[in-house]
Design a protein. Sequence first.
Lengths: 284, 273
Amino acid sequence: MFARIYDLLCSFVSFIPLECMQMRFMQEAFIGILLLAPLAAAAGIQVVNFRMAFFSDAIGHSVFAGVAIGLLLSVSPHWSMPVTALLVGGGIMLLKRCSRLSSDTVIGVFYSAVAAAGLALVSRNPGVAKDMQTFLYGDILTVSGGEIAYLFILSLAFYIFQIFAFNKLMITGLDEKLAKAHNIPTALYEYIYVGLLALIVIVAVRATGVLLVTALLIIPSAAARNLASGAGKMVFFALLFGLVSGIAGLLLSAQEFINASSGAMIVLTASTIFFITLFFRKKG
Amino acid sequence: MTNTLEHKNCACCHEHPSAVKIENLSVKLGGISILDDISFHIPRGVCTAVVGPNGAGKTTLVKALLGDVDHTGKILFRQEKDGSFTEKRPVFGYVPQRLLFDRLLPLTVMEFLAGSFCLRPVFLGVSRSFRNTAEEYLNEVDCIRVKDRKLGALSGGELQRVLLALALMRKPEILILDEPAAGVDFKGEKLCCELLETFRKKQQFTQIMVSHDLSTVAAHAAHVICINHRVFAEGDPEKVLTSRALLDTFGLHMGMVDLHKDCHCSCHHHGGK
């Protein structure tokens, strides 16, 4: 059932009149980007508005620990990575809520710990170093059908959650006491948000690698903030910029005169959009 | 022990039954006792002022009321349904002292209000009917002109009025104002207090005002509670604010507060200019 829909989508995408789009892996990557780019941009809206860029960076680095734990327990990294990311995200939130340490200190501790776990592993068996490269640089071109299906389900879950939670997270982000006065279960919403964000970051690492994963999330929203006067417009612009930079970056990377890593090209395109929006910035 | 000396001959408490009963409330933060075994009642349908110097635990008391801090002891609210007292929290309207938020956040006043009430996420737009209600309330607090401005572009006074409109729109059973005088100019403050009186008559809510500004309290509160980690006095403003308890709460300098109205005005002119 899924395979047939997937084939249909691929042949649909192949109608794009570009030479590169005749190849199956490009069609798959294109569908992957169609799902991932707006999802990452949507998740990035709150990352930017609540200043969580460092947080998403820490989650990104947890893939190292995720791979390490997977090897130690001999489970597939497809399982160990998202589980580790969830634990790291939840752990940061828990420590932030229960201790009086500032959030960047808490994140800094987790960040270093998960990165160190990865380094320790690589130094122990150099054979893994090559696997690690996949996560450092990412590669959307090798995305599999199963991953696309996972991405689709994750997108659906995230968008449905946002329809219910967007307003509540907004008030919580403005002032937690105000949210409490409005009887919003702030902790519940924050934990669910952080959980979904962790899963999204892990998928995004597949596309752009650990180094650039935060960029995929925050640059569309940062550009949107330059133009938007309200929350509604910001969501619209962020999704638009995410989608445009994702598609343009992927297609550019496949052109012969560029022939560069697709993750890097996507982030470069997004950055270009950001710098252009700087000139149209809204004052006040 | 709590000093409830003034309480027994408090006219306000005779006329108005309680809305909130606080019994042996203690709050510790990081091993330091912020509120130490305090007990008092808040009368229903009138304005109660909680006064005390900076660091007396006023904001912590508000947090405890809102359920935002761990505490021992009991906070009981009167239930509209049957008049019994339980720990179930009523509908609060809360006007914070200030919002510490990112001033560049793209969020309009209308979206902020809609986000607080509507189920529909604000990125799908704000419904016509909500817009009308919100405009009505913004009009009442004399702030209709800011409805499509960015929240971060508002002045302190405008922001506080928007927050007041938000609190009133909730049709609260208890309205809590944290330092309402901070950030509002003299004219704005007077308007705010008059406005609150009108609304209180219309909506019949209980108002709790936390303040270290005694002149505001003297002019507008019907019941006063002095706290400084413990309750030092509670009762009618004329009695409490001239009593020895005030001296105990605030220290020496505040002992000579004059309660005449002209003092109230002149104090604020000094502050404003």
